[in-house]
Design a protein around this ligand. Structure first.
Ligand SMILES: Nc1ncnc2c1ncn2[C@@H]1O[C@H](COP(=O)(O)OP(=O)(O)OP(=O)(O)O)[C@@H](O)[C@H]1O
Ligand SMILES: [Mg+2]
Length: 277
């Protein structure tokens, strides 16, 4: 379904991404790892058309998404939602409205200017928030939430677009281990339950090993590893992160706890909807 062919990006005389090629034939959870500057963000940004590629093709179901223009390019952007390390929410806006902004592409400018959300939009946003375990936060300002909750709001906003692919650029790099686990579990659930492909840049090996079906390792823009997480041995990691550095497993570990999260009773979305409608 996704075929990346020789994708390259050059900045001045620096090759940030150098002829990357791989194929994903089902909605896998794909992790991209590599040192700072390896080209991880540049690659995701090319997938989402935020950065132009210098060469190569990215075929999604046979169509080269790098050659789309205008409305077709915007439609592609809503098919592959992006999640960032810093959440990128509107801090003073309530959580429900932040989530509904995921629909911006498909709404009129007038409705957007006056925050005129339809009843369907509100109910859909609350359903998604409920699924992610944070429906009760819907009326609060985004800035009042913890980092882990804000990242789940960002995921909810992405889901509002009903994307085929979720691109996540270091989604847990700003979170403590407990919140990191919640966010990664949420991405995994969306991947397995909805069949949406997830491609996540990850800064720790243990997270890649634990959550990914498939791991791609970049080094200086080149792909030096492509395989199942179980093949990500210490030796393979050394190849990705560089043998010249004093490579240390613990330096790339966040020690995400392995205990299941406790079940929490939450108010039903209908009750919250009643207060918003
Ligand atoms: N807009 C830009 N202009 C010039 N050079 C850039 C630009 N964006 C990225 N680069 C360069 O491209 C290379 C890859 O950067 P990129 O941000 O993709 O790396 P990364 O793997 O995401 O790193 P990090 O782990 O620090 O986020 C780096 O050398 C970077 O300096
Ligand atoms: Mg980056």
């Amino acid at each position: 379904m996704l075929e990346v062919r020789n994708v390259t990006r050059v900045f001045g005389n620096r090759i940030a991404v150098d002829r990357i090629s791989f194929t994903v034939d089902r909605p896998q959870f794909v992790g991209i790892i590599g040192k700072s500057g390896a080209g991880k963000s540049t690659f995701l940004r090319m997938m989402n058309r935020l950065t132009a590629a210098s060469a190569g093709e990215i075929l999604f179901e046979g169509r080269n998404i790098l050659s789309l223009t205008g409305a077709a390019a915007r439609a592609w952007q809503s098919q592959c939602a992006m999640i960032f390390q810093q959440f990128n929410l509107v801090p003073r806006m309530d959580v429900a409205s932040n989530v509904m902004h995921g629909k911006l592409n498909s709404r009129s400018t007038f409705a957007t200017m006056f925050n005129l959300w339809s009843r369907e939009d509100i109910l859909q946003a609350l359903d998604i928030l409920d699924r992610l375990g944070i429906a009760e936060q819907a009326p609060k300002r985004a800035e009042a939430l913890s980092g882990g909750q804000q990242q789940r709001v960002a995921i909810a906003r992405a889901l509002m677009q009903d994307p085929r692919i979720i691109l996540a650029d270091e989604p847990i790099a700003s979170l403590d281990p407990m919140n990191a686990q919640l966010v990664m579990d949420t991405l995994k659930k969306i991947n397995t339950e909805d069949g949406r492909m997830v491609i996540a840049n990850l800064h720790t090996l243990d997270t890649a090993r634990r959550y990914c079906d498939r791991v791609i390792g970049l080094r200086d823009g080149r792909m030096v590893f492509d395989g199942p997480a179980s093949d990500l041995t210490t030796e393979a990691a050394r190849e990705i992160y560089g043998a010249d550095e004093s490579f240390n497993e613990s330096a790339t570990s966040t020690e995400i706890p392995v205990t299941p999260m406790p079940a929490v009773r939450r108010p039903r979305p209908a009750a919250i909807a009643a207060s918003l409608l």
